[in-house]
Each structure stands twice: as C-alpha cells, then as structure tokens.
Design a protein around this ligand. Structure first.
Ligand code: EPZ
Length: 419
C-alpha cells in the first residue's frame, strides 16, 4: 500500500500546469454511451477514477483508444453489456453516471447501487426519482438498480436538494427523450455546464446549463464530437493552499480563475496576494507573514466548495486566530480532524462544525488518509509540519490528483512515494 513521506518547512516556489477536471471528465466519458459515433476527449487527467471509468466502459464493450496527444477516442458502436458491476461501482460512486445514458439510448440498464462512502451516506434517490418521472421503470433488488423504458419522455423535475451528478445523469438521459425536460434547482457547478457544452457539440439541444433551470429538448440521436475538458478547479485550489500554507509563491497555468472565485476570496481574506489572468493564477505570501484564520461554510456552487473544506481546515490549523468550519453538504466529511490532531492541531468537532484554533507549529507524524480530499489536506499539513510526515493509504489521493508528488517536487517540496 503506497505511502508518501514529506519533510515539512519548505516554502513552495515555481510554476505547474493544472490538469483537466476529474468531475467533468467522469460525466463526459459516460456521455459517450449516448452515441455510436466516435467521441474524442482531450485534456483528460491521468487519474485512477478515469482509469476505472474506462475499465467500466470497456466491460460494456466500448472501444477506447489513447492517441499520442493523450486524447481518448471512445467508440460505443458495439456495446455488448448494459451492466455496471458491483466490484467496479463500489470503488467509484460516480459509476452511477452510466445509468441515465444507458436507459435513454438502449432502454435498459443494470447498475450496482453505489454504497455510501467515507464522507457520507451518498444516496441516489433523486437520480432514480427523476428517471422514473421520465418514464423509466425502476426496480432495486440484490443491490442492483434495474431501469427499463421503451423510450424516455420529457418531464418537469424540481430537485429538493441540489445534486451535481443527479443533474448530470438526468440531463444526459433527457438528450434522447421524447419531448422537453426541465430541471429546476439544477446544480450550477462548472462541470455541469462543461458536460452540457460537450453534449451540445454531439448534437443535443440543451439550454440554461450553469443556471438553476436547464431545459433539454430531446433529439432522435447524437453524433460524435471532439471535446477538451475544462481545468480542475479543486486541484487548482489545493495547490494554491499548498503555496499559502508554506509561505511560498507559485503560478498555476492552464487553469481558469472564474471557476473558483469563492476560494480565491477566502485566500485573500487569509492574507495571500493573488494575481490572475484568463488562464493562470499566481499566489504569493509576504515573507514571514502569518496566515489569518478564516471561517468557512460549504455550499453548492458558486459558494465555497465542499471539496476544498479539508484543505482550508489544514490551512487554519497554523493560521493566526480562531475559525469555524461548517460542512453543509456531507454528513461525515471530517475524517481528517483526528489525523490533524495527531500532528498537534487544536481542533474541536461538534456536529457539522469544527472549531480551529491556530497553533504556531504542527509536528510531523504517521497519519492515515481516509478519502480523496482528506488525503490532500494531510499532505498540505505535512508540507508545513516540523520534521517528517508519513501519509498512509495514499491510493485515495491518486483518484483525484494527477502525479501529485511530481507536481509538488516541481515546486520544491521534499516529498516522495514509498512502496
Ligand atoms: C459531486 O458528488 C462530486 N463528485 C463530489 O466530488 C462533490 O463533493 C459533490 O458533487 C458536491 O459538490 C462528482 O462530480 C463525480 P451531490 P455527488 O449529489 O454528485 C445529497 C470529489 O472529492 N443527495 O451533489 O455525488 C447528497 O447526500 C467528490 O471530487 C441526495 O440526498 O454529490 C449530498 O448531501 C467528492 N440524494 C448532497 O445531495 C441524491 O440522489 C449533494 O450531493 C443525490 C444527492
């Protein structure tokens, strides 16, 4: 089981490139199931979750070719199985994203129920209610969702809770439904808009993506396309925190500051200097200046993203003052708290809040990663802690951060992977 060893205290310096967004790549790979024409996808991040999704498509009979520019061509002209097995779905909840495309294009699908995960129960009831409203016959037995429909029809769907993949699943299903589907209280995340623009390039008829109301007029078939994934706003935010927490100065290229304005505002509030142009963000800390603690309350886009909560918890651990972090999206996204406490952090957990009182110094320790963003948080803490930190179970980190130790070494960090 891989581990990462980090020697803290090095201010990060230099430039790195940001990869394509994991949470746009996953639905866009699923969207290829909506056509039997080839779809060429560029700027795909090289991540374990992407490999898992390609493995899932391969199991169904997709032809996947990787070209020399690291672009993937997906051909679904000869699907043989409309089945997403438990052993794959249990490793990646986002496999649920094949459900909408399969039942919309082929009239049936069998997808293992994605269980909860370490950050919460993660139900998919809103996905299933939406597909049923579109005419799918949905049954659940032996841990599998069975969906059938002669042809889905348009529906008016008003989500009680904002759901990112729920919005994506139903938007994909609606592209081939008979008639018009309206999704109210749709997720505003940029990855939803990226998926919609990819679908429209395949011939879909979607308007309003990125707003709370998305309207999809079904068409008879979708064609092929060539599409580049948008930059990863969470990877971007994570490296900005790495620079801030170590008192460094970095420039992140191939990104887009408009994707993470709430995060940039909080970094400025904490005392970082931020300079942006259309495709890059630079962060610098005044030498010797100490970060100020900042309160965080997670909420759907465009407010502060839950996927950046753990990283800011780490940053607050060594900041000046007291901060309260409130997690409003998931019911168990504080796994990193006990591990940070082992390093000397002063954290008090109460319900969906953690109170952080900044300390002068964290101390390196052996700690365990429990989920993707908690792993990133522990690496950030290791970068600033005194002495050596050993982060165990780093397979989590490989799900969402492309070559993280190489990118951090490029910025001067003392980090290496142990077998
Ligand atoms: C997406 O997960 C992201 N994953 C998550 O990123 C992200 O944290 C999350 O959105 C919130 O922004 C992908 O895009 C692949 P939700 P998703 O449905 O869609 C409840 C990462 O680290 N809910 O928006 O699964 C749910 O329990 C990952 O990259 C229902 O009740 O999240 C939660 O409380 C982690 N019923 C809230 O909605 C449903 O049917 C938001 O969940 C669906 C969701």
């Amino acid at each position: 089981m891989d581990k990462l060893t980090i020697r803290g205290g090095v201010p990060l310096r230099g430039e790195i490139s940001i990869s394509g967004a994991k949470n746009a790549a996953l639905p866009i790979l699923a969207a290829t199931l909506l056509t039997d024409k080839p779809v060429l996808i560029g700027n795909l991040p090289h991540l374990h979750d992407i490999t898992t999704t390609m493995e899932l498509l391969g199991l169904m009979g997709s032809d996947l070719m990787l070209d020399e520019r690291m672009m993937i061509e997906v051909n679904n002209h000869n699907l043989t199985r409309l089945h997403a097995p438990h052993e794959l779905v249990k490793t990646m909840r986002a496999s649920i994203l094949v459900l909408g495309p399969l039942v919309s294009r082929y009239g049936r699908a069998q997808v293992s129920l994605p269980g909860g995960c370490s950050i919460g129960s993660r139900p998919v009831d809103l996905h299933l209610q939406g597909l049923a409203a579109m005419g799918a016959d949905i049954t659940v037995h032996d841990g599998y969702i069975e969906a059938r429909a002669k042809r889905l029809h348009g529906a008016y769907i008003n989500f009680d809770t904002v759901t990112v993949t729920g919005t994506e699943n139903l938007m994909m299903a609606a592209t081939l439904a008979q008639g018009v589907t309206v999704i109210e209280n749709a997720a505003l995340e940029p990855e939803v808009a990226d998926l919609a623009s990819c679908l429209n390039s395949m011939g879909a008829n979607i308007c309003g993506a990125g707003s709370g109301r998305i309207e999809i007029e079904g068409v008879d078939e979708l064609g092929g396309a060539s599409y580049d994934i948008l930059p990863d706003r969470i990877e971007t935010g994570t490296y900005l925190v790495a620079a801030a927490i170590t008192g460094g100065r970095v420039k992140l290229k191939n990104t887009d500051p408009s994707l993470l304005e709430a995060v940039l505002e909080k970094l400025v509030e904490a005392g970082a200097r931020i300079d942006c142009d259309e495709t890059s963000i630079s962060l610098a800390m005044e030498s010797g200046a100490r970060l100020r603690a900042v309160d965080i309350a997670t909420a759907p886009f465009p407010d502060f993203p839950t996927d950046m909560q753990a990283q800011f918890t780490a940053m607050n651990c060594i900041a000046e003052g007291r901060a309260v972090i409130t997690e409003n999206i998931f019911n168990n996204r504080f796994m990193h708290v006990t591990e940070l406490q082992k390093m000397g952090a002063n954290l008090t957990l109460s319900g969906n809040q953690v109170e952080v009182r900044g300390v002068e110094q964290l101390t390196g320790s052996t700690i365990t990663a429990r989920d993707l963003r908690a792993s990133a948080c522990l690496i950030l803490a290791g970068l600033v802690a005194q002495g050596e930190t050993l982060v165990e179970q780093v397979y989590h980190i490989d799900r969402g951060y492309e070559t993280i130790e190489e990118k951090l070494m490029q910025l001067g960090a003392s980090i290496r992977r142990l077998p």
